[in-house]
Design a binder for this molecule. Sequence first.
Ligand code: GTR
Length: 674
Amino acid sequence: MDKRFLTILGALLLGVALSAAPARPDTMRVLCIGNSFTEDAVEQNLHEIAAADGHVLIVGNLYIGGCTLEKHWRNAERDSAAYSYRKVGVDGIRVKYPKTPISTALADEPWDVVVFHQQSALAAVPDSFEPWIGNLQRYAKARTPRRCKQMIHLTWAYAQGSTNEGFARFDHSQEKMYEALCRSIAAVAKRHRLSMIPSGTAVQNSRHTFNRENVTRDGYHLHKWFGRYLVACTFYEALCKTSVVGNAYRPPHLGERRVDIAQKCAHAACLHPMEVTRVDFDNPFDTSGGNWKPDYINTDPAKVLAYTLPDALTMQDGRKVTSPEQWYAERRPELLDLFETKMYGKAPGPIEGMKWEIAEEGPALDGKALRRQVRIFYAPHKYITVLMYLPAGATGPIPAFMGMNFEGNVTISPDPGILYPEPNYARGYRIYTEPARGSQEARWPVEDIIARGYALVTFHTSDIDPDYDDGFGNGATPLIYREGQKFPDPDQWGTLSEWAWGMSRVLDYLEADPDVDASRVAAIGHSRLGKTALLAAARDPRFAMAVSNDSGCGGAALSRRRYGETIRFITGNFPHWFCGNFFKYVDNEDTLPFDQHEFLALIAPRPLYVASAEDDSWSDPVGERLAFQEAQKVYDFLGLDRGLTEYHIREGEHELTRGDWLRYLDFADKHLKH
Ligand code: GTR
């Protein structure tokens, strides 16, 4: 039957106007019989990538979430109008046609390619394809032009730690799932003479090349910018047989480096569809190993470029700060506002009527401590699980150290009483299994802390915002959104600011905890969490003290020194940490209206401890010390005692050690003990 007639018939049946593309010889028409993985793969970017190379790609996706091949076949057999048919037309605009049967979509265009997609966990099970794939092939063949090619989608393995039920089939192992997918799809492709779109390998390439966490957004669906672009690149190259490397299309919100990585990983997958390739890319800092190329990053003290620091005691309008009162009333608020709007992003205030519940309490550490675990609800279904250790038998409210942890409360001590997060709550982040218990113990000398009469208060970053670039959709991020807003404004919070806000919410709780004196709480943190502790204390004057351990770039280190980690690298590796305005200062440090010495000065008049490590050149120990010394000048100007500020540099690497803690405890003894 004439295809145009069928199209018109289909359109009439749907009551909408589906239209065949004008016949340009280089037009390619691809129809997917798919599901949500297909939605991630082809409904965005693909048309644009092809257009950048001068191709016209018409893309159709017959969508049912989680659809299996068996169900596709049943739907075909009954001609059931079960699909949301999405079509990206010649103009690149995506239109959704509800309640469409497969037959109508097959008749909608003279398709050049039909791609079959199995449900993501079943795709690794060859038996699950039979006899459905053969039936569907025949069904499609009878309704498409003779030249129409048929393909199969090699989908991707889930993120390690994914809570998708299908993951159990692979013992929750990403590698096992990937290998099973390859075996299964290769066998099906051979048996049914299908060629393959190796998305699963592209995803795996990227995991091995760059960052294991960044490809998916919830543990199995693709990250909205990076993962989707990566897989669209793979489709493009597999369909159009043109290398995607160097393609000029730029998806929203992806830096050049991740575009480069995605293109190369997709290309490598098309060249070697069944093996993982770790691609070379222009990566000055290898996030997996910490090796950076010296030509990109300066770690040579002799090569530090000249710079002039802004004067902490000069207002933006050029006026000199002439009195401590003026500092507190004018300059400090001005600086805080600049740091909030140009670097970290503004956070909302406290949560009205915030609720909490004691989830667990009991003796711990051989009776030396009382362990208390508290859930603090900051949004419906969102809460922080705070883990506290208090010296057993403490009488009266005591001072405390509050610091977030990187990998979950269970990692800070082998104490078997520490609660695991509820599985669904940790969705899409790392898996919490028994072996993780105590894995970060060396950073948390709990016994020393309680023996010295302090409470330790800690919680996991993920409870506020998981530490990966998810497209600003998860964690506390959406709390600030107006209706319809999907992305923070350029001056609204990034993850560091969210975490700091979370520390303040925990302090809200401590104000109600009778055993802790909330007016004597030190904010402490290592590295990215050192940046966070400084921000929390800068913003929230209730914190009585701040401790920055190796906080480096974006923490205690001067940005203008461009030594070790720079704004370019930190925003490239962690685009979610800062607010949008901060990106203006990439390679443009001299135009910053402040530098980090002024960030440290925001802690005054409270005690401030900054620490560095000799071998931690990535954090620029010299830049940390210089910033500290400049901040001290503000303390001096304010007439504050020199004992309120302390700095140390110790031998060794980027780490928070017991030795560091012992010094912080000594310092706290001077300031937080009555
Ligand atoms: C590094 C990052 C640093 C620091 C560190 C950490 O990869 O470049 O800014 O935050 O991570 O938090 O351990």
